[in-house]
Design a protein around this ligand. Structure first.
Ligand code: PLP
Length: 463
């Protein structure tokens, strides 16, 4: 493709994206395809000769779009949202166009310095503790996902508790991690990868809001110490995936401080709420956390992937992840941030651009207004659920998530979810709380307005 052809096709693709986003709400939210159906629409073998780009673009419409779950659809109420925005798409495009690998400061100083600044900007915009600013011993980095952030936190915790011995075989055997059964599955995955083992991940008891009980945490730690084990880390959730439960971070932090245990706070979804000053309760206790993560790719409009991960002291993280072969040594090694030492892979994309573009072109007022609109819509939906005798709330509603169930029991709840999703007019996901089926309604789409929520409620009460 020549530069002139790129210019022409690029303009066509931008038009295509603008049209897709403008009209995504007009069609179904999910795909009606059977496994293998999409592949069957495509040639089994790669093309022998280059094809016109128009043919490639045409296949986006013919093959790809019909096989999509439309995460940007205003009636997408499933999982947690994964919002995109035009400035972030342009930032992504600029990143691809520049094609740099910011693994070291020296391999693109602007990539590193812009990223460090963006994490400091976000520390400010979210009202996070000063200890996470890069100007002190702490600092932040963009990870692909919250799962990677949690794994990195566990690796840093492992480094700290073993006083740097994690490069030796056999040191992880007695280490224990604490979370709740409601924490995201990435915590268990991280424990497996970090060599802790699923059987050394303790599910601490929760209260009737599905939040960790700090007294139960203290008891579990004491029991493990008495058994000769080494408590290593607590992963607290601010906004669990199932029910948006919020662990009591201040009380948990007190236990962690007393016990010398690393505290990581996973606020993948809920943490972004702190863009609104009146919602900064989500930050409670963070001034004593060792690490924290939240995802602009969920509730802020910075397209996937963009997780922000902060540590209060970067020393353990870097010690855990830095290996310096001669081919990566530069004149600045040790005196600058080399983000390869803050993450799992070596290579890294220039993700800061999409955050920077979004913050500058849309401003913080745009996600603030969106979040406030979602919360008002959630309040309305809660009122409708409370007034409907066939449904009941299954968990205290928090932020933009409503958990409900049919009063006739699990089979009725499951049937509502299945029938509503089968219409493809809206999409919901199911979870289980206290052993009972729950329908989750997460109101988080950038284009979701009152009439979409109204239609969704009408659907749920009519199927
Ligand atoms: N933590 C929580 C609380 C989540 O809700 C999720 C995803 O929904 C994750 C972690 C994992 O997010 P990611 O896809 O960024 O790994």
């Amino acid at each position: 493709m020549t530069p002139d052809e790129f210019r022409r096709h690029g303009h066509a693709l931008i038009d295509w994206i603008a049209d897709y986003v403008a009209t995504v709400g007009d069609g179904p939210v999910s795909a009606a395809v059977a496994p293998g159906e999409i592949r069957a629409l495509l040639p089994e073998h790669p093309p022998a000769t280059p094809e016109p780009f128009e043919a490639v673009l045409a296949d986006l419409d013919r093959v790809v779009v019909p096989g999509l779950t439309h995460w940007q659809h205003p009636s997408f109420f499933a999982y947690f949202p994964c919002n995109s925005s035009f400035p972030s798409v342009l930032g992504e495009l600029a990143s691809a166009g520049l094609g740099v690998n910011g693994m070291l400061w020296a391999t693109s100083p602007a990539a590193t310095e812009l990223e460090t600044l963006m994490l400091d900007w976000m520390q400010e915009l979210l009202g996070l503790p000063e200890r996470f600013r890069s100007t002190g011993p702490g600092g932040g980095v963009i990870q692909g996902t919250a799962s990677e952030a949690t794994l990195c936190a566990l690796l840093a915790a492992r480094e700290r508790v073993t006083s740097g011995a994690t490069n030796r075989a056999g040191v992880t055997g007695g280490l224990v991690v604490y979370t709740t059964a409601h924490a995201h599955s990435s915590v268990e995955k991280g424990c497996r990868i970090a060599g802790i083992g699923s059987d050394h991940l303790r599910h601490v008891d929760v209260d009737d809001t599905y939040a960790m009980r700090a007294d139960a945490l203290a008891a579990a730690i004491a029991a493990d110490r008495a058994a000769g084990l080494t408590p290593m880390a607590v992963v607290a959730s601010v906004g669990t995936t199932s029910s948006m439960a919020v662990d009591p971070v201040p009380a948990i932090a007190e236990v962690c401080e007393r016990e010398g245990v690393w505290l990581h706070v996973d606020a993948a979804m809920a943490g972004i709420a702190a863009l609104c000053p009146e919602l900064r309760w989500v930050n409670a206790g963070l001034e004593r956390a060792d690490s924290f993560c939240t995802n602009p790719h969920k509730w802020m409009g910075v397209n996937f992937d963009c997780d922000l991960f902060w540590v209060a002291d970067r020393g353990a993280l870097i010690a855990a992840l830095s290996i310096l072969p001669e081919y990566l040594r530069t004149a600045q090694t040790g005196s600058v941030i080399d983000y390869r030492d803050w993450q799992l892979p070596l290579g890294r994309r220039f993700r800061a651009l999409k955050l920077w573009f979004t913050l500058r072109a849309d401003g913080v007022a745009t996600p603030q207004a969106m979040i406030r609109r979602h919360l008002a819509l959630t309040d309305e939906l809660v009122g409708w659920v409370e007034a409907e005798p066939r449904f009941e709330l299954a968990a205290p509603p928090r932020l933009n998530l409503v958990c409900l169930r049919h009063v006739d029991g699990d089979a009725a709840t499951d049937a509502v979810i299945e029938r509503a999703n089968a219409t493809r007019e809206a999409l919901f996901t199911r979870t289980v709380l206290d052993g009972r089926s729950v329908l989750r309604v997460c109101i988080g789409g950038a284009q979701t307005e009152r009439h979409h929520v109204e239609a969704a409620w009408k659907l749920l009460t009519s199927v």
